[in-house]
Design a protein around this ligand. Structure first.
Ligand code: CA
Ligand code: CA
Ligand code: CA
Ligand code: CA
Length: 397
């Protein structure tokens, strides 16, 4: 209905006609036939048929009339059912048939248009309704077709009058920290003579950002000097299970912006870490995000601990070199070492019979018999690796 009405309105035009008119006067029952009258009218036309409201000057009088009209090019056929003669102050009813040649002019001052206006508002209580106190950002520019509108301090905007039709509604540029809660661009229909009321809710958003860093000292903290890891994939999953992902930039940074408040899980894709790297922090973190909040989640990763271990090296000296029975012999293993850790145990077996006789870096022993003995030192490092050294000692009588 609306579209039909608007199509008719678009055909609204003014015309001047040269007519030949034949008229039957109903009161007198006479036929009047006259030529060359000038007529000015406003037509509501849906081609080729229409209605004309006209003001006509006959050779000797004026009338206003309503006529049904059929139009073919510049020629028209009118069938008029009502004429009112102004000059005589009387109303006369007549039927007239006229053939006319018409010259058209559009009527620029008659605006046949519709409007759109409304509010952009920050929906602080998240109910998608504009509640008291919920105002919008000022100076936000909205686009409807080729027209622009700007919000005032209340968030109110009004587009200029527009031709009826369907247009795309967009917001030119949103301030940071807000998103539109309804889908935009949106198709908007402008209807002639009507003002469309729009309400566009905005939501304040939050950000989860962070860093994936090379945790060289494996302490779980991003210490100064520890570089970011680029191109590492980070997943973000919201409370509904919807997941999106992002890769870190060359400095190891990532940022999920424009997030609605809620619960999120941020997870590191460990397969995207550099070769041999593993996380040194929890690879998955759950956060509760509030409006406008900015939460930082950092992930550390480093090379996996090495799997090759070096055993300790056992070395010892003893004095005197040629002890006698009953003499104290001093053994010193302080030259022993471990290349990649430390020695935690020293075990001495003075005659290599398999029974440990003493513990410690330096020990003393008295041989009770003369003879040649093999002394065995076994050292154990912090990884449980062992090293052994043997020396022979000759004990004199
Ligand atoms: Ca609200
Ligand atoms: Ca660190
Ligand atoms: Ca070792
Ligand atoms: Ca022994």
């Amino acid at each position: 209905m609306g579209s039909e009405f608007s199509i008719k309105l678009r055909e609204l035009r003014a015309s001047v006609s040269l007519e030949h008119r034949s008229e039957v006067d109903l009161l007198l029952g006479t036929l009047i036939s006259q030529s060359l009258v000038t007529a000015a009218g406003v037509e509501l036309l849906r081609r080729p048929f229409g209605v004309r409201l006209g003001w006509t000057r006959f050779t000797d009088r004026f009338s206003v009339s309503a006529a049904l009209q059929a139009r073919l090019g510049i020629a028209s056929l009118f069938f008029s059912g009502l004429s009112s003669f102004l000059d005589s102050g009387t109303r006369e009813f007549s039927f007239a048939l006229a053939v006319a040649v018409q010259f058209d002019a559009t009527i620029p001052f008659i605006v046949i248009s519709g409007r759109a206006e409304g509010f952009v508002f920050i929906d602080t209580n998240s109910n998608s309704q504009r509640d008291p106190g919920e105002v919008g950002p000022k100076n936000l520019i909205l686009l409807l077709g080729n027209e622009k509108a700007r919000t005032d301090e209340r968030g109110f905007f009004r587009f200029p009058p527009m031709e009826p039709g369907t247009y795309e509604l967009k917001i030119e540029k949103l301030p940071t920290g807000v998103i539109v809660k309804t889908a935009l661009p949106q198709k908007i229909r402008i209807v002639a003579g009507q003002t469309l009321k729009l309400e566009i809710p905005l939501a304040q958003v939050a950000v989860i950002e962070g860093l994936v860093f090379h945790d060289e000292n494996r302490n779980g903290q991003a210490d100064s000097g520890e570089q970011g890891l680029g191109s590492v994939r980070v997943f973000l999953t919201d409370a509904t299970g919807k997941t999106r992902d992002q890769r870190t930039d060359s400095e190891g940074r990532f940022a999920f912006s424009e997030l609605l408040p809620g619960k999120y899980t941020v997870a590191l894709d460990v397969r995207s870490l550099p070769t041999d790297f593993s996380p040194t922090t929890p690879a998955e973190v759950t956060v509760e995000l509030k409006a406008q909040e900015q939460i930082t989640v950092n992930f550390g990763a480093a090379e996996r601990p090495r799997t090759v271990k070096f055993p300790p090296v056992a070395q010892f000296e003893f004095t005197p070199e040629r002890p006698k029975v009953g003499e104290v012999v001093r053994f010193d293993a302080s030259e022993s070492f471990d290349p990649d850790g430390k020695i935690i145990k020293y075990e001495w077996d003075f005659e290599s019979d398999g029974t440990i006789d003493a513990h410690g870096v330096t020990v003393e022993h008295i041989f009770s018999q003369a003879g040649t003995f093999t002394v065995t030192l076994t050292v154990t490092d912090n990884d449980g690796e062992t090293g052994t050294a043997r020396k022979t000692i000759t004990v004199g009588p």
